[in-house]
Design a protein around this ligand. Structure first.
Ligand code: NAP
Length: 488
């Protein structure tokens, strides 16, 4: 990042007049203990946001050149004396080396920015440990979820949220004001007992993606093995033909659409199961089983992985004619036809099948891209609930129907050709149709007026077998009340 970029204030020329949360913070002096990567990025960002910064180092002479000239770099004790709010940009294992500063630190706010290397690494959080070493200080946990890079690039690029917790409300408010003045969004995580949870956040590796990724890998493995047996092992055993060259591209390319298609249907299947459960029990107030809850929560990731596989399938398909094997096969076919003196090789049905197959495939991929883009938080936040549900639910379902057409035009009449049953195994596309067709069928049933009405009533709070109070207008226009079963 250029120095010019860093000089730009994060808040630009935003008018902060009358915004009490910003004005009192900017302009005050902030202390930073430590002169490492985080301390340096923090100091730069603080200076750019209008704060005076004093850095406390064990070796200020050596480190001063690393900081912007507007920041004062001095000895730790000197720095601490000049400010009431001090960011401790030092690793936990070195906290004890700061104990000599206990007297000068007394009564001040210490911001613990530290992270661990393992989840739940220590019994007590780093912030609680710091508080135990400096009982006369007020410790606030914060800024640890922001990387040094994010601090430098500003809130424009990286994560904007700064999670904050402390047992002291006033200290927490002060740190929140500083975060806001730096262009971040402070999030109050409550008292100091939340520090452990906040420290674990940067260590988690894609927690919401684990199940969908395992699901996609599992499906990929199953379909890959199935296709390998049909396309490579079968010709090798039955006809002694070497088709192993098909493994890197052809087998992978027949596996990817299977995974994409089944994953897309798995986005809509839990909704169908939830609706079935609501219809069966006649209420929306009964909790779904945990596995269904989990499944419903992972639909976005499952959908994105489906899009990823579909996009890879498109790229692989475009590359098919580039292969040497493809060229050899084309020439071989041409030579055969020349020898057999075949002039007209045009098969009308095949031409139409291919045109429709490719066209619906492109439309399905286009719709999947739209679903993927609108699931991004920044785009989703700009849509109202109706727009979001129209895209994700209605267009998503249309994408599933079009993908089904894509699959059917690919298979065409192959399911009825006995040569296609290798080792008695049906063509892969017939297997992939099972779940999506069940979902489509269920959606058709749910759209029947009698079922739709009942589902709508349940979702508006109606319950089977529950007696509800009703109020009816009488002939005279007055209202009379009574009780009835909501079943009626
Ligand atoms: P670093 O580059 O290694 O800097 C640590 C600094 O601690 C040193 O420059 C040193 O400054 C100071 N220090 C004070 N007493 C020390 C001692 N006894 N031994 C060694 N160093 C001592 O580490 P960092 O990446 O800036 O990280 C600092 C803290 O920020 C850590 O707690 C880390 O978990 C947290 N954090 C870092 C990032 C990041 O992206 N880097 C993100 C979030 C949180 P002096 O020599 O000038 O005293």
């Amino acid at each position: 990042m250029s120095r010019g970029d860093m000089a730009k204030p994060l808040l630009g020329h935003r008018n902060t007049e009358g915004d009490p949360s910003i004005m009192p913070a900017a302009g005050r002096t902030i202390g930073v203990l430590g002169s490492g990567d985080f301390a340096r990025s923090l100091a730069i960002r603080l200076v750019c946001s209008g704060f005076k910064v004093v850095v406390g180092s064990r070796n200020p002479k050596r480190k001063a050149g690393l900081f912007p000239s507007a920041a004062e770099v001095t000895f730790q004790a000197e720095a601490v004396k000049k400010t009431d709010v001090i960011f401790v940009a030092v690793f936990r294992e070195h906290y004890s080396t700061l104990c000599d500063l206990a007297d000068v630190l007394a009564g001040k706010i210490l911001v613990d920015v530290s992270n661990n290397t393992k989840i739940n690494h220590h019994k007590e959080s780093n912030a609680e440990y710091l508080a135990s070493l400096f009982p006369a200080c007020t410790v606030v946990k914060g800024f640890n979820v922001v990387s040094a890079w994010t601090l430098q690039s500003g809130a424009r690029d990286g994560n904007k949220q700064v999670l904050i917790c402390s047992n002291n409300q006033e200290a927490k408010r002060t740190v929140a004001e500083i975060a806001q003045a730096m262009g971040f969004t402070p999030v109050d995580m409550g008292c100091m007992s939340s520090a452990c949870e906040i420290e674990n956040i940067p260590l988690r590796l894609l927690p919401a993606w684990k199940i969908p990724i395992f699901l996609a890998l599992g499906l990929f493995l199953c379909f890959f093995t199935y296709n390998l047996v049909r396309q490579v092992i079968h010709p090798y055993i039955r006809e002694q033909k070497n088709k192993f060259y098909k493994i890197p591209i052809e087998v992978v390319n027949t596996t990817l659409p299977c995974v994409a298609y089944v994953m897309l249907s798995l986005v809509y299947l839990p909704g169908v199961l939830a609706a079935c459960s609501q219809l069966y029990y006649g209420t929306k107030y009964r909790r779904f089983p945990d596995w269904l809850d989990q499944w419903l929560q992972h639909r976005k990731q499952i959908g994105l992985l489906s899009f990823f596989c579909a996009a890879l399938h498109a790229v692989y398909s475009l590359c098919l004619p580039m292969r040497r094997s493809h060229r050899y096969q084309l020439i071989e076919t041409a030579v055969k036809q020349a020898v057999e003196k075949k002039m007209n090789i045009w098969v009308e049905e095949e031409v139409w099948r291919m045109e429709i197959y490719i066209s619906v495939g492109i439309i399905a991929l286009g719709l999947l891209s739209l679903l993927a883009i609108t699931s991004l938080p920044s785009i989703a936040n700009s849509l109202n609930w109706r727009e979001f549900s129209f895209i994700q639910s209605t267009l998503g379902f249309i994408a599933l129907v079009i993908s089904t057409l894509h699959t059917l035009t690919y298979g065409w009449s192959r399911a009825f050709d006995e040569n296609q049953y290798k080792f008695y195994l049906p063509p892969t596309y017939t297997l992939t149709l099972l779940v999506p067709c069940t979902v489509i069928l269920a959606k058709v049933v749910f759209s029947l007026p009698c079922v739709q009405q009942r589902l709508l009533r349940i979702r508006r709070g109606w319950e089977k077998g529950r007696y509800v109070k009703f109020v009816l207008p009488s002939a005279t226009g007055e209202y009379s009340s009574g009780e009835t079963s909501s079943n009626v």
